[in-house]
Design a protein around this ligand. Sequence first.
Ligand SMILES: C[S@@+](CC[C@H](N)C(=O)[O-])C[C@H]1O[C@@H](n2cnc3c(N)ncnc32)[C@H](O)[C@@H]1O
Length: 264
Amino acid sequence: MEVNKVYTVDCIEGMQKLIDEKSIDIIVTSPPYNIGVRYNSHVDNLPYEDYLNWMDIFGRLCSKILKDSGSLFFNIGDKVSDEFKAFEVAQRIAKSLTLQNTIHWVKSIAVPEYDINIGHFKPVNSDRFLNNCHEYIFHFTKSKSVPLNKTAIGVPYADKSNITRWKHGTSNGDSRDRGNVWFIPYDTVVSEKEHPAAFPRKLPEMCIKLHGFNDKTIVLDPFMGSGTTCVVAKNMGCKFIGFEIDKEYSRMAMEKLSQKKISA
Ligand SMILES: C[S@@+](CC[C@H](N)C(=O)[O-])C[C@H]1O[C@@H](n2cnc3c(N)ncnc32)[C@H](O)[C@@H]1O
């Protein structure tokens, strides 16, 4: 199995043929959501049952290639008019792995009481549905008992007297468990993006830190797109593998990954 490489391949074939069993530490990925995004080659509009069956096979293969201590961070969003889809997909994957954490990725939030109005979202043109300002990151493991490095993405205590009060595994100095709601704004507005559905670099970075990593850690993104996960893994000193079905997106990722230290 070759690492530090991206392949232009269907990820189902890639996971079947190119990855050893129980060899991957962390999978961070975001599949097509089946909501009609205009990708170069993938048609994001499969019959719903076919889409769910695809995710079923995907989950089975993730389970096969993950180490027993591994983590799958699976990012998926919804249409506001179809709020059950993310859960139905998660249920398919849960046939092969267990759901250890459900993380809410908040892309935009307004808290006028605290003078906060931050992040980007695509406005929904509807008098029935609210703007969609969040997505899910389902964290799957094999056993539901994979220890995490929570303080690696921790937040400082608001009340500093808690630094000494909470002397248990969930705090480390002035860093406490941030919880399962992560505010991560897009790096740029959508129209400037090079790929129609890239996630911000901070997303895979937080997932990799939360799982824990070192220079032997192997990170896979089976739906690599523009290569965000692989770029982040490389910058963090991990080993990476990416699969992408579209030649042009693969080329974009390879170009970025050929740089020594990849800037924004
Ligand atoms: C939501 S995007 C991923 C974007 C990525 N997270 C990024 O930051 O650029 C999903 C990607 O999956 C790719 N894709 C669709 N079907 C695939 C398949 N069977 N195997 C591998 N990649 C596939 C699409 O071309 C698309 O680039």
